[in-house]
Design a protein around this ligand. Structure first.
Ligand code: PMV
Length: 338
């Protein structure tokens, strides 16, 4: 039995613009997906999803997606568990040169699905790592990140950047610009997350921004303006001492850039009433800044606040179902048990 975990992430800056070659800075957070893998001889794959923050279920199927049983769970949940796990299995089989390998796979995730916290990337990263280790062919982190990106790319019909999968593999704060991915040394940041209980449709939201960008110059300019915000934020981060607590001035400046980034994402049509409500609740509670994280349309916001005010205020905000402090996950993918 091989057990591997990988973290989710928040976008400090840069989602959507990263799709068009601008840089982005996602940060891994201590909310993990844990994947347990046991090879099996019959070539079948059995997936059990235990704590996907929604109802658990189990399905067993052979190689072909057409062989899947007609189970009584929402398609979105079934796709989430099986689509990404299938893609991870394919990558692991290819990497280990074991095309007929079968597995019992169990997924336990603390990361809400489709809510902008990188749940699918964490499952794919942990899944490929666990499966290749179980086959005796562990990958180095660069190859793991590459293969995880390929898996997401396949499932999302090409609508994926390297941001989520690289961040989940490496941990910490990272910078992604096209194929160029690096880790950034940053101080611990006081992240607070608010979750509206919903989810956005990443493919649809990315397509919406693409269409605006094709039709209006303002949208292309907005995407570039987000790139400028990311570059400014990144230089603030790299100038700071990674081993000390961040200064109030740094948090204030990063927060201001987050507020602007949220406004630009709103202009691109990817915010929602509940995301805006949570962003304003955070700001009114004294957060240094707040923005949606991920594709938008619903899901999560991220705020910076070293005090408990934002977390408490979000708990009493009707549009917010859950709020929590999220520590930077300095470990990326991690072997838990072998
Ligand atoms: O909502 P998430 O965590 O899947 O993030 C999507 C981020 C986008 O920039 C909109 C798309 C991408 O693949 O980078």
């Amino acid at each position: 039995m091989t057990v591997v975990s990988a973290p989710g992430k928040v976008y400090l800056f840069g989602e959507h613009a990263v799709v068009y070659g601008e840089p982005a800075v996602p940060c891994a957070i201590e909310k993990r997906a844990t994947v347990t893998v046991e090879p099996r001889d019959d070539g079948h794959v059995r997936v059990e999803a235990n704590d996907l923050t929604l109802n658990g279920f189990a399905v067993e199927y052979a190689d072909s997606p057409n062989d899947r049983p007609d189970v009584d769970v929402p398609k979105r949940l079934l796709d989430a568990a099986t689509g990404y796990v299938d893609a991870a299995v394919e990558q692991a089989r290819e990497a280990a040169d074991a095309p007929d390998a079968g597995f019992d796979i169990s997924v336990d995730s603390e990361i809400p699905l489709g809510a902008g916290l990188g749940s699918s990337a964490a499952v794919v990263v942990a899944g490929i790592d666990a499966a290749t280790r179980a086959l005796g062919e562990p990958l180095d982190r660069r190859e793991l990140a590459d293969r995880a990106y390929q898996a997401e790319y396949d499932v999302q019909d090409g609508q994926a950047s390297r941001a989520d999968t690289f961040c989940s593999t490496m941990g910490g704060a990272v910078r992604v610009e096209g194929d160029d991915c690096t880790r950034l040394a940053t101080p611990e940041l006081p992240f607070v997350v608010g979750f509206d209980g919903g989810a956005g449709d990443t493919g649809q939201l990315v397509a919406g921004v693409r269409s605006l960008r094709d039709r209006y110059d303002f949208a292309a300019d907005t995407v570039e303006a987000i790139g400028d915000i990311v570059r400014q934020g990144e230089s603030l981060l790299t100038d700071a001492d990674p081993d000390s607590d961040p200064s109030a001035e740094l948090i204030g400046e990063l927060g201001e850039l987050m507020d602007i980034n949220h406004g630009l994402l709103s202009a691109l049509g990817v915010s929602s009433r509940s995301l805006d409500t949570m962003v304003w609740a955070a700001r009114e509670a004294g957060a240094d800044g707040a923005k949606l994280t991920g594709a938008g349309g619903g899901g999560c916001i991220v705020a910076l606040d070293a005090t408990t005010e934002t977390e408490t205020s979000l708990q009493y905000t009707p549009d917010c179902e859950q709020s929590f402090r999220a520590e930077l996950a300095t470990d990326g993918v991690r072997l838990e048990e072998e």
